[in-house]
Design a binder for this molecule. Structure first.
Ligand code: FES
Length: 210
């Protein structure tokens, strides 16, 4: 990848509370079952699960600056409690279930795998360290059963002028106080901390095309 025009982040129009919003289309979401969010087994040391991994998951996610591609959610019970600690990586349209994540050393391995799939744009086999942790929880969908829920929009990239590229919040252009120019366009930020992060390394938040 070389420097050039900032890549268009895709957004989709969503209507809520009588207003239209532009929501960034991410490539995936990592759901980590967390005791802090009401899980009944994952994260419970007294039930034989590794405790206190939430911080590790969050720090690794922040460090990699993949927010605009892969969202991280700490969830309550995901269902397969006996196999905890559990996580669900929903990536590139595929639900990838991970069980027995009871070693902090597996956290970067999961992210490395996710980033490799993001870079290639396709689902890849799990790395050896995760081979025994990955399984299919969902029954496969019948061939040809995919039904688009809405008509695709012709251009899903407008509205980006309102988007804080760091936290992905919608920012009102008329009143935005925190701004910066990069790659020939203006970016708005919800707070000075987002602007600082952006200016420290813009390419971490606005990818460029060759
Ligand atoms: S408590 Fe984690 S899957 Fe149920």
């Amino acid at each position: 990848m070389t420097a050039g025009a900032p890549r268009r982040i895709r957004t989709v129009k969503v209507r809520a509370r009588g207003e239209d919003y532009r929501i960034v289309q991410v490539q995936g979401n990592l759901f980590v079952c967390s005791r802090a969010h009401g899980s009944c087994c994952c994260g419970w040391e007294e039930k034989g699960r590794a405790p206190d991994l939430d911080t590790r998951w969050a720090e690794e996610w922040e460090r990699r600056k993949i927010r605009s591609r892969l969202h991280l959610t700490f969830s309550g019970c995901l269902g397969p409690c006996a196999a905890g600690n559990n996580a669900l990586l929903h990536l590139l349209g595929r639900a990838i279930w991970l069980a027995g994540l009871n070693d902090a050393a597996l956290v970067p391995v999961v992210y490395d795998w996710a980033e490799a799939m993001l870079a290639e744009g396709r689902v890849l086999p799990p790395p050896p360290a995760l081979a025994g942790h990955v399984y299919e929880r969902f029954a496969p969908a019948p061939a040809g059963s995919f039904v688009p829920l809405v008509e695709p929009e012709e251009d899903t990239s407008d509205g980006l002028e309102r988007l804080d590229p760091v936290c992905l919040m919608d920012v009102e252009p008329a009143t935005a106080r925190h701004r910066a120019e990069y790659g020939g366009r203006l970016y708005l930020f919800c707070a000075p901390s987002c602007r600082r992060q952006f200016l420290a390394d813009p390419t971490a938040f606005v990818e460029t095309e060759a």
